[in-house]
Design a protein around this ligand. Structure first.
Ligand code: DAH
Length: 344
């Protein structure tokens, strides 16, 4: 009994003088652990006569409970103290200047793409995309441009092998979509995407640029449907009151083919240096889908017809925002990109 009393006092002294959580943990092991003092007392009981065991057992249990309670309490106090000390140390000076994070800008080409997509989605078109690494068959062959066709010269590109290339125009998406439709009408699509040509880069040429292809195939689709659609697009992109004009042209995948000019949005057709005093600016190529293209994709040109157009997006952005060098779109000069901040 005396030993128990002694042990208890000793433990309480230790607990009370402990200053660190680790110290208290150590005391817990020493007194309450498997090989600790309390466990040793229990072992001692085995040697006592039976009639004394309950009395001593109760005392040891009491000791165990008391020490557990005191250790737990001390632990709590020390942890709380440690937390308060930490909070004190880690004070945050909220008067310090913070870092300002700037919001990125939407690339002007993305803006034009979204604008065109929205416009055509509003007219019931769907948006379609295709691979930039394309098969010759979709880029040329199905577009009525066989291997020896001279029109291939104008669209020389980067070949991965004789049958695989970087697509030269979004007309490749048109071919994929015609094939996919599997003869089902009507088709109304707008297809934006990157295209590639083996051009030397300068202020108006880039080996990589963007186009958007438009395609409508159905019954009784005529050249005047094309004209009305392009007039609507011209007004939307370059402002109300634009006029458009068709000039005869040639593309292997359309017949007839036209080049489309829009009246100059800078001088309103009066003549200025942007339109080179002509009052008009050439913006896209278009035409009625060639019967061979319809046939190659499983459509009967006697039953249906279609129009298509391809528009260069850099050219639209350059005209619209007065940008004089196409390379601006690709060199990631932050000063250029910042000019298109929608939120400033
Ligand atoms: N693919 C032509 C080009 O890159 C543009 C074009 C012309 C697309 C006429 C068409 C079209 O869909 O009908 O120069």
């Amino acid at each position: 009994m005396e030993k128990i009393q002694q042990l208890k006092q000793q433990a309480i002294d230790f607990i009370e003088s402990a200053k660190q959580v680790e110290e208290v943990n150590q005391i817990r092991i020493e007194y309450l652990g498997k090989k600790g003092h309390v466990a040793n007392l229990m072992n001692l009981m085995k040697e006592l006569p039976n009639e004394e065991k309950p009395k001593l057992g109760a005392k040891v249990n009491e000791l165990k409970q008391e020490l557990t309670a005191r250790i737990d309490e001390k632990m709590m106090i020390l942890k709380q103290q440690a937390m308060l000390e930490n909070l004190e140390k880690e004070k945050i000076d909220i008067t310090l200047q913070g870092y300002q994070s700037t919001l990125g800008t939407i690339h002007p080409l993305t803006m034009i793409t979204q604008e065109i997509e929205d416009l055509f989605l509003g007219m019931g078109y769907q948006v379609a995309e295709g691979p930039e690494i394309e098969l010759d068959i979709y880029n040329f062959e199905k577009a009525n441009t066989p291997k020896n066709h001279p029109a291939r010269d104008m669209q020389d590109t980067f070949y991965i092998n004789p049958e695989v290339l970087l697509r030269t125009h979004t007309t490749a998406i048109q071919m994929r979509e015609l094939e996919k439709a599997n003869g089902k009408l009507p088709i109304k699509l707008i297809c934006p995407g990157k295209v590639y040509r083996r051009d030397d880069d300068d202020a108006t040429h880039s080996h990589q640029f963007m186009q958007a292809e438009g395609l409508v195939v159905g019954k009784n689709i005529t050249l005047s449907d094309l004209k009305g659609t392009l007039q609507y697009m011209a007004n939307h992109l370059f402002g109300q009151g634009r006029t458009i004009r068709f000039r005869p042209s040639y593309f292997p995948f359309t017949e007839p083919s036209v080049e489309v000019d829009v009246s100059c949005h800078i001088c309103n057709g009066q003549g200025c240096n942007v339109c080179k005093s002509t009052g008009f600016i050439e913006v896209l190529g278009a035409g009625m889908v060639h019967p061979n293209v319809l046939k190659a994709n499983g459509f009967d040109p006697e039953v249906c017809s279609g129009f298509a157009f391809g528009i260069g997006l850099e050219r639209v952005a350059m005209l619209k925002y007065g940008i004089d060098d196409i390379r601006n779109f690709y060199i990631n000069d932050i000063r250029f990109l910042k000019m298109f901040h929608r939120f400033d």
